[in-house]
Design a binder for this molecule. Structure first.
Ligand code: MGD
Ligand code: MGD
Ligand code: SF4
Ligand code: MO
Length: 874
C-alpha cells in the first residue's frame, strides 16, 4: 500500500482537498480530505472520478514540431528563436501569451514575469477573461481592488443565500452541498435562485426567479430602491464609508422592474426576504459575468450590499464564486492584460517602477495589453507574429470560435502547451509542448474564498512531459534571461511571488502573503490550506471591509450608477436566444472528464434544451436533431424538450469539441461581443435560428473500440466497455450489413441482422470469436434501444444484441443518475414505487444512490417529485 498524498482537485474554484492513494495495480484511490476547509471530506462526482482520468490515453508524450516528434532542445530553441525574431523585427507587441486559470500560481507567475518584465509587452491574457473579468472590474470599481470580501463559512451562516446566474448544484457542487446541509439543520435559512432556467440548483430554492435573461440590473436596482423606501439603508455606514449613493439610488429608482418579466408577487417576495434578513450572501457567477453589461450587473449587486451595510461580516456579502481551480491565483499574479502582479496596476507608474525594480527586469510595458477577443482579432490581422497558448483550448472556448481557429491557423507561429496531443487548438499549432497535468505537477492554487492550497504530485511525468513553469523558464533562459528565471523549484517561485506581494501591500493593496515569503522548502512541502492575507507583520483577516476601510484612494467604497440596458440581444435577424453553460459531470472541453465512462453517462451527447411550445412550433419532437445557426456558425444538437427553459430561450452545453461530435462547438455560434469595461464576452446571449436537422435515418453504434464515422451527424462517448456513438445521415446505404462492417472496420466478423428496409430499420450485430465487438441500430426515428444494456453486451457472448433491450428477467436500469454507484433512473423509480420511498435520504438508504458525492441529489429529488406527481395523477 503506498503513501496517501494530500492535494487539491483540479476542477472548480471550490478548491476541494483530495486525498490520493496510488494502488499497487496502478489505480488511484481518491477521497475527500476531511481536514480541508473547503470541503471537509466531501467531493462531487467529478472529484470522485479523478482516478479514472489519469491514464495515458491521448497524452502528448514528446514535443512536436509540425506535428512530428522532436527533441526538447529543438522545440525550445525554435520557440525562443521565433519569439526573439518577432520582437526584433516587429516590436514587442508582436508577441502574445494566452494562458489559463488552470495553471498553478507558480506557472502563472513566471509566464507573467517573462512577457511583461522581459519580452516587454502586456499581451498576456487568459481564459479568465471569459470567466471572471467582469467581477474583477466590478470589484475594482467598488472596492479599489479585486477583493472577495467573505469566505465559505458565510454561505452556512447566512439567513438568506441568493444564487444569481449560478448553477451551484452542478458547477460548485460541494458549496451547494454545504448550503443544503446548513439549510437542513437550520430550516429558517432561505435560498433564492435568480436564473432564467430552472436548474438543478432550484431544488433547494424557497424561491426561483426565472427572470428574462439579461435583466438582473433591473431586479437589483429595484431591490436598492425598495431598500431605500423601506428604511433598510444603513445610513451610518453609507455616510462614513460609501461614495456615489445618491446617484446610484436615483438610477435605481427610475428602473422599471417589469422588464424582468417576473410577477409583482415574485419581486415582492424577493424584496421582503432580502430586507427581512440581515445576513444575506449574494453568490454570483457566469449568468452575471458573461454579459455585454456584466460589470454593471456585478456593481448592481454590490450596490445593494454596500447600501445596507451587508458586507464583510459573518454571513453576509457579495460573493463571486470563481470557476477555475486557480482563477484567483491568476488574478493574484496579474495574469490579465490590464494587471501587473500582486493586484498592482500596469497603468500606474509607481506600480510599474516597483515591480520592475523588484524583478530587476530590463523592461516593463506602460500600457495594458490586448484582451482575449481583441488579441485573437490582432492574431487574425497578422499583428501577432508569435503566440503561445498554455493550458486552454481557445479553438473551442472563445466566442466566434471558428474565427479564432482561422486566426490561429493563419498566425506565423503558434505554440501550444497541453497535456493532450489532439485538442482542437493543439491540432492547429506549429509546435506542441507536452505539459504535466494534475497528479504529476506541484505548486499552489487559490480558491474562491482566498484559501491557498497545495497541489502535490503522486505520479511521475509521463514520457517527456515537463512542468509548465520549467518550460517557460527554459524558453526564458534561451532568450538570454537566465537571471530572472533561474528557478529550481516551485517553492522558490512561490517565495518570490510572496515577497512581491509585501511590496504591493505597502502600496495599499489587499493581496498580501509576505508572511509566506520565507517558507522553507520543507514548509512549502507540508503547507496546509491558508487564507490570505498573511502579512509579514502577522496581519490576517477572515473577511474584508467590515471596518468600512476600502482600497480606493479615498478609502471609501463606490456605489455605481448602473442602468438596465434596453436591449441585450444582438441583432442577427434570427429569433432564439441561446444560453450556454455547463453540465454536472463534464469539465470544459472534456479533455480529462470524457475519459471517465461513469461521468459520460450523465450526458453522453451534446443537446439543446427547448421549451415544448417552441419545439412544437418548429416541428421538433423529443430526441430529434436540430440545426442551431447564425451568421457565425452552425451546430447540430439533440433536442431535449423541457419547460426548464423559458419560451424563446434555448440552452446548450459548452463541452463538446470536434473530437467528440460532428458539429457541437457551441461557441461557433456565440458572437464576439464584449462588456465595454471588462472585455468579457457575452457568452449567454447568442441569437440563433433553429430548424429540424431531418436526416433520412438515425442510428446508434456500440463498439469495443473508438470509431470515426463519416455520417453527417455523430457524437461519441467512452463507455465502460468501449464506445457509444450516436449517428444520423442523409443518404441510406445500399446494404446495412456492409455499412456496419465498414463502420467497425471488421470485414471478417460474423454478422447477424434484422432488417426492415421500408423503415430504414436495421439491427446488425458483429461477433468475433463468439464475442460481440459491435452493434448497429438504425431507424427513421431516433433509435430507442437501451444504451446501458447494449453497451453492457460488448465484449461478451451474452444474447440480446439484436433485440436491443433486456428481456423481462433482466431489468433495464435506465440512464445513469448516480455516477458513483452507477444507478439508473429506472432502478430508482422502481424502488420509489415498490418501496414507497418518500425522501432523497430514503433512496440513499435503499440503493446507496446519492450517498457518496451527493452530486445527484437534485436529480433524485426531481425523480421523487415526478413519481409523486404521477402517483397523484393516477
Ligand atoms: N460541472 C462543471 N462545473 C464547473 C465547470 C465545468 O466545466 N463543469 N466549470 C467551472 C468554471 S470555469 C466556471 S466559470 C463555473 C461556472 O459556473 P456557473 O456560472 O454556475 O455555470 P454556467 O452554467 O456557465 O451558468 C450559470 C447560470 O447562468 C444562467 N444565466 C444565463 N443568463 C443569465 C442572466 O441573464 N441572468 C441570470 N441571473 N442568470 C443567467 C444560466 O441559465 C446558468 O444556469 O463553473 C465551474 N464549475
Ligand atoms: N459559449 C461559452 N463559452 C465559454 C463559456 C461559456 O459559459 N459559454 N465559459 C468560459 C469559461 S468561464 C471558461 S473558464 C473557458 C474554459 O475554456 P478552456 O480553458 O478552453 O477549457 P479547458 O478544457 O479547461 O482547457 C484547458 C486545456 O488545458 C489542458 N491542461 C490541463 N491541465 C494542464 C496543465 O497543467 N498544463 C497545461 N499546459 N495544459 C493543461 C487541458 O487538456 C485542456 O486542453 O470557457 C469559456 N467559454
Ligand atoms: S466541487 Fe467537485 S469539481 Fe469542485 S473542487 Fe470540489 S470535487 Fe472538485
Ligand atoms: Mo470559467
Amino acid at each position: 500500500m503506498s503513501k496517501t498524498i494530500s492535494t487539491t482537485c483540479p476542477y472548480c474554484g471550490t478548491g476541494c482537498g483530495v486525498l490520493v492513494t496510488p494502488q499497487v495495480n496502478g489505480e488511484v484511490k481518491v477521497e475527500g480530505d476531511r481536514k480541508h476547509p473547503a470541503n471537509f471530506g466531501r467531493l462531487c462526482s467529478k472529484g470522485s472520478a479523478l482516478g479514472e482520468t489519469t491514464n495515458l490515453e491521448g497524452r502528448l508524450l514528446t514535443p512536436q514540431i509540425g506535428h512530428i516528434p522532436a527533441t526538447w532542445d529543438n522545440a525550445l530553441d525554435l520557440v525562443a528563436e521565433k519569439f526573439r525574431a518577432a520582437v526584433a523585427e516587429y516590436g514587442t507587441d508582436s508577441v502574445a501569451f494566452y494562458v489559463s486559470g488552470q495553471l498553478l500560481t507558480e506557472d502563472y507567475y513566471v509566464a507573467n514575469k517573462l512577457i511583461k518584465g522581459y519580452l516587454g509587452t502586456a499581451n498576456i491574457d487568459t481564459n479568465s477573461r471569459l470567466c471572471m473579468a467582469s467581477t474583477v472590474a466590478g470589484h475594482k470599481r467598488a472596492f479599489g481592488t479585486d477583493t472577495v470580501p467573505g469566505n465559505y463559512d458565510d454561505l452556512e451562516q447566512a439567513d438568506l443565500v441568493v444564487l444569481t446566474g449560478s448553477n451551484l448544484a452542478w458547477c460548485h457542487p460541494v458549496l451547494y452541498q454545504r448550503i443544503a446541509a446548513a439549510k437542513a439543520t437550520r430550516p429558517s435559512m432561505k435560498v433564492v435562485v435568480v436564473d432564467p432556467r430552472r436548474t438543478a440548483t432550484c431544488d433547494i430554492a424557497d424561491l426561483h426567479l426565472p427572470l428574462r435573461p439579461g435583466t438582473d440590473i433591473a431586479l437589483f436596482n429595484h431591490l436598492l430602491a425598495q431598500a431605500h423606501e423601506h428604511g433598510a439603508v444603513d445610513s451610518l455606514f453609507v455616510r462614513e464609508h460609501v461614495s456615489g449613493f445618491d446617484a446610484a439610488l436615483d438610477t435605481a429608482s427610475s428602473t422599471d422592474v417589469a422588464v424582468t418579466g417576473l410577477s409583482d408577487e415574485e419581486t415582492r417576495a424577493f424584496v421582503s426576504l432580502w430586507l427581512a434578513s440581515e445576513k444575506v450572501v449574494t453568490v454570483f457567477s457566469q449568468g452575471v459575468n458573461q454579459s455585454d453589461h456584466g460589470t454593471d450587473k456585478v456593481n448592481s449587486i454590490i450596490n445593494c450590499h454596500l447600501a445596507t451595510g451587508r458586507i464583510g461580516k459573518p454571513g453576509m456579502g457579495p460573493f463571486s464564486v470563481t470557476g477555475q481551480p486557480n482563477a484567483m491565483g491568476g488574478r493574484e499574479v496579474g495574469g490579465l492584460a490590464n494587471m501587473l502582479a500582486s493586484h498592482l496596476d500596469i497603468e500606474n507608474e509607481g506600480h510599474r517602477d516597483l515591480v520592475q525594480g523588484f524583478w530587476q527586469s530590463p523592461t516593463i510595458p506602460k500600457n495594458a495589453g490586448l484582451k482575449a477577443v481583441d488579441l485573437f482579432q490582432a492574431v487574425n490581422e497578422g499583428k501577432i507574429k508569435a503566440l503561445w497558448v498554455m493550458c486552454t483550448n481557445p479553438a473551442v472556448s472563445m466566442p466566434d470560435a471558428a474565427f479564432v481557429r482561422k486566426a490561429i491557423s493563419n498566425c506565423d507561429f503558434v505554440v501550444v502547451s497541453d497535456m493532450f496531443a489532439s485538442t482542437d487548438t493543439a491540432k492547429l499549432a506549429d509546435v506542441v509542448l507536452p505539459a504535466t497535468g494534475w497528479g504529476e505537477k506541484t505548486g499552489t492554487v487559490t480558491n474562491s474564498d482566498r484559501t491557498i492550497s497545495r497541489q502535490r504530485a503522486f505520479l511521475t511525468p509521463p514520457g517527456e512531459a515537463r512542468h509548465d513553469w520549467q518550460i517557460i523558464c527554459d524558453v526564458a533562459k534561451r532568450l538570454g534571461f537566465e537571471n530572472g528565471f533561474d528557478f529550481d523549484s516551485p517553492a522558490q517561485i512561490f517565495r518570490e511571488h510572496a515577497a512581491l506581494s509585501g511590496l504591493a501591500s505597502d502600496q495599499g493593496k489587499d493581496f498580501d502573503i509576505s508572511g509566506l515569503a520565507g517558507v522553507s522548502d520543507e514548509d512549502y512541502e507540508s503547507f496546509t490550506p491558508t487564507r490570505w492575507p498573511v502579512s509579514a507583520n502577522g496581519r490576517t483577516k477572515d473577511r474584508f471591509f467590515a471596518d468600512g476601510e476600502f482600497f480606493t484612494s479615498s478609502g471609501r467604497a463606490n456605489m455605481l450608477s448602473v442602468s438596465q440596458p434596453e436591449t441585450t440581444i444582438h441583432e442577427t435577424n434570427t429569433p432564439f436566444r441561446l444560453n450556454t453553460g455547463r453540465v454536472r459531470d463534464q469539465w470544459h472541453t472534456m479533455s480529462r472528464t470524457a475519459k471517465s465512462a461513469r461521468l459520460n453517462q450523465h450526458y453522453g451527447e451534446p443537446f439543446l434544451e427547448i421549451h415544448p411550445e417552441d419545439a412544437m412550433s418548429l416541428g421538433l419532437r423529443p430526441a430529434d436533431l436540430a440545426v442551431v445557426e447564425n451568421t457565425f456558425g452552425r451546430n447540430v444538437l439533440r433536442v431535449l424538450v423541457t419547460d426548464r427553459v423559458l419560451v424563446g430561450d434555448v440552452f446548450a452545453p459548452i463541452h463538446w469539441t470536434a473530437q467528440h461530435a460532428s458539429n457541437a462547438r457551441i461557441s461557433d455560434v456565440v458572437a464576439p461581443a464584449t462588456d465595454p469595461v471588462s472585455g468579457q464576452p457575452d457568452s449567454k446571449a447568442a441569437k440563433v435560428a433553429i430548424r429540424p436537422f431531418a436526416p433520412k435515418w438515425y442510428g446508434l453504434l456500440v463498439s469495443h473500440k473508438e470509431l470515426s464515422p463519416s455520417t453527417s451527424y455523430w457524437a461519441k462517448s467512452q463507455t465502460t466497455t468501449g464506445w457509444q456513438i450516436e449517428i444520423a445521415h442523409d443518404t441510406v446505404p445500399k446494404c446495412w450489413e456492409t455499412f456496419a462492417r465498414d463502420a467497425f472496420d471488421a470485414p471478417d466478423a460474423d454478422v447477424s441482422s434484422v432488417l426492415d428496409a421500408a423503415k430504414n430499420h436495421a439491427r446488425v450485430a458483429l461477433h468475433t470469436g463468439g464475442q460481440l465487438i459491435g452493434a448497429l441500430y438504425t431507424s427513421d426515428r431516433p433509435v430507442s434501444v437501451s444504451r446501458e444494456f447494449t453497451t453492457s453486451l460488448i465484449g461478451t457472448n451474452r444474447p440480446g444484441a439484436l433485440h436491443g433491450r433486456p428481456s423481462v428477467d433482466q431489468p433495464d436500469p435506465g440512464p445513469t443518475v448516480c455516477a458513483c454507484f452507477n444507478i439508473g433512473a429506472n432502478t430508482i423509480l422502481d424502488a420509489i414505487r415498490t418501496q414507497d420511498l418518500l425522501s432523497v435520504q430514503a433512496i440513499g438508504k435503499a440503493l446507496s444512490a446519492g450517498t457518496n458525492c451527493g452530486s445527484c441529489k437534485p436529480e433524485l429529488a426531481a425523480l421523487l417529485n415526478g413519481a409523486r406527481g404521477r402517483a397523484a395523477a393516477e
